[in-house]
Structure formats: structure tokens, C-alpha cells
Design a protein around this ligand. Structure first.
Ligand code: ATR
Length: 304
């Protein structure tokens, strides 16, 4: 069975030796890679428990949490489209998750539901691992900052106090709201030098803004399909750039291939997937995640 539903939760442990203790909810959820990340970790720690997928309809997240708690689930990952609804269902939300407006990790603490967001902090770890740099030291540009992933990374950039933050999006409207929200969160982004700037993707002035950036991140969905173009022209990428594409399948989008031929360093979203998952596990278990087991599980799935 690829996944359970609210109606089949009562059969969660039928026919299994090991009880289900951790889960991911989403809609759809059948293709979530979270089990490939977390089951090897739970096995490496010898916990004798399972990680399962549960499909939850929009509007029924709170009910799902209660039913899952009753079924013995102790920790939950939340994926699209439930991250805001999950935040609203929590009794307590970590300040970082509140700022991102999204919860991707749930911890059951007795009767209370605690919500966290590991996407932003996971990205910090990913950049450290892939480029040996601290996000907070980099002048950052986010292409597609209006989407969910873009918002999480932009918020993390303000928390890390990056010296510059360029937000670009196809439609500018979303960024105008975001600019005022982010500026409220960090007075460091305002003032002389205009450290927080927003651009429409087709604004020619974006090229010069990118030239001043060190890390360029793609958070648009452009590149998910095999023959997708790159979200920015190849000529805008320079050898000094670090280019990170949050897409990991395909492993090398056109953006990354262009960046590589321009002499830039590149990386893809696999490291973000890995580290956000490891941080979730750390919240659930209160101990360090077996990162190599998780990396191996993910590699085997993606390559195999
Ligand atoms: P979410 O991450 O919230 O689910 P999404 O609909 O998947 O959002 O879109 C993610 C990002 O990809 C958005 O920034 C979106 O731009 P808009 O805000 O203008 O919609 C961007 N995006 C999607 N298709 C695009 C395209 N063809 N060209 C440029 N940006 C695109």
C-alpha cells in the first residue's frame, strides 16, 4: 500500500510486526520521498517502528492530527498543500515557523501539538554542506520568491541577516506584500543601500542585481519538466556565482547546466530535502539524526 487515508487509519498496523509511529501528510502524498528518507534512519537507530504516508483532504488537517495521535503516531511531516493549515491547527508554533507562515513538522507533546518549520534551517545546513559557506554571509538572490519554498528561504535569509536579499518573481504583486512583512521582521534589511530589493523576472535591471549577488537560488517550478527552459538567461550567470536549484528531479535542470557551463558552482535540492528531514527527526527524537543512512536511502531511491 503506497499510503493510508483518514478512512483506513484504523488499519494502520494490520499485518505489520512494527507499529507505525511517524508519518507524512499531504495531498497527493503517494509520491512523497519522506519514507525513503526516514525509514532508513529509524532502522539505523534500531527503533523497530514504521514511517507511513497519509493522504489528507484539504480542510481536515486538525481532524487528521487527532486521529493519527489516537492511532499511535508520535511525529508528523507536513507537505503541500497543508503547511498553513497545519500551522493553524497547532497549540504552539515555533517563532521561525510563524514567520514563514508554514509548519512542516509536528511534535506531539502530551496533549499539545507543537509546530516547527525545518525548511529554512535545513537550507542553512544544505548551503554549508554544498558550498562550505554560511547563508548569513552571502548576498542572496531568490528567483521565484513568491512560492512556498521561496518564502521559507527568504524568511530564513532575514533570520540569518544576509547582507543582501534580492527577491524576483514572475508576478510582482506577491513580493510587494512579502517585502513589507520581511522588513518588519528585520530592521537590518532596511535603510541605506536598500538591502532588500524586489524585481519582476522580466525586469532588465535584475541582471545587474544578480551580478551583485553571490548565491542565486531557484525556487520556481520551472525546470521540473524535462524540456523546461531556465528561469533566467544563461548570460546572467557569472563564474563567481553559487547556483542552487531547489528542484532535485531532474538532478541537473537547464539552469544548473547553464550555470556549470558559465563556470559557476552548482547544487540541487537533494541536500535541502535531506537536511529538512534530519531536523524533523531531531525534533521528534531529541537526538542527532543518522544523516548518512538518510542520504543513502535517498540516493538509492533517486538513482534506482
Ligand atoms: P507554491 O510553491 O506556493 O506551491 P507554485 O505555484 O508551485 O507555488 O509556484 C512556485 C513559484 O514558481 C512561484 O514563484 C511562481 O511564480 P508566480 O508567483 O508568478 O506564479 C513560479 N513559477 C511557476 N511557473 C513559472 C513560469 N513559467 N515562469 C516563471 N515563474 C514560474
Amino acid at each position: 500500500m503506497t499510503h493510508f487515508t483518514l478512512d483506513t487509519l484504523s488499519q494502520l498496523n494490520d499485518g505489520y510486526d512494527q507499529p507505525a509511529r511517524y508519518a507524512v501528510i499531504g495531498n497527493p502524498v503517494a509520491h512523497s520521498l519522506s519514507p525513503q528518507l526516514h525509514q532508513p534512519a529509524l532502522d539505523a537507530l534500531d527503533l523497530g517502528v514504521r514511517y507511513v504516508r497519509v493522504e489528507v483532504p484539504v480542510g481536515r488537517v486538525r481532524e487528521a492530527f487527532e486521529k493519527m495521535r489516537a492511532a499511535g503516531i508520535e511525529g508528523i511531516n507536513v507537505t503541500v498543500p497543508h503547511k498553513l493549515e497545519a500551522l493553524e491547527a497547532c497549540d504552539e508554533v515555533h517563532p521561525g515557523a510563524k514567520k514563514m507562515g508554514a509548519v512542516n513538522t509536528i511534535v506531539f507533546d502530551g496533549d499539545r501539538l507543537l509546530g516547527f518549520n525545518t525548511d529554512g534551517p535545513g537550507f542553512v545546513r544544505a548551503i554549508r554542506e554544498d558550498f562550505q559557506m554560511d547563508l548569513g554571509d552571502l548576498r542572496v538572490a531568490i528567483i521565484g520568491a513568491g512560492g512556498g519554498a521561496g518564502r521559507a528561504i527568504a524568511t530564513q535569509c532575514t533570520l540569518e541577516e544576509t547582507p543582501q536579499l534580492i527577491l524576483a518573481n514572475r508576478s510582482l504583486g506577491k513580493l510587494e506584500t512579502m517585502k513589507s512583512e520581511l522588513s518588519l521582521q528585520s530592521d537590518k534589511l532596511e535603510g541605506p543601500g536598500d538591502r532588500l530589493q524586489i524585481y519582476a523576472l522580466d525586469d532588465p535591471a535584475l541582471q545587474e542585481a544578480l551580478a551583485q549577488s553571490e548565491l542565486i537560488i531557484n525556487t520556481t517550478s520551472v525546470g521540473l519538466k524535462q524540456h523546461d527552459p531556465a528561469p533566467i538567461p544563461s548570460g546572467w550567470i557569472e563564474p563567481h556565482h553559487l547556483v542552487y536549484d531547489t528542484i532535485y528531479n531532474p538532478a541537473r535542470t537547464r539552469l544548473l547546466r547553464n550555470a556549470e557551463s558559465q563556470g559557476a558552482r552548482i547544487s540541487n535540492g537533494l541536500s535541502l530535502l535531506l537536511h529538512q528531514g534530519a531536523l524533523s527527526l531531531e525534533y521528534w527524537l531529541g537526538r542527532e539524526a543518522p544523516i548518512e543512512a538518510m542520504r543513502k536511502g535517498l540516493r538509492e531511491t533517486i538513482q534506482g
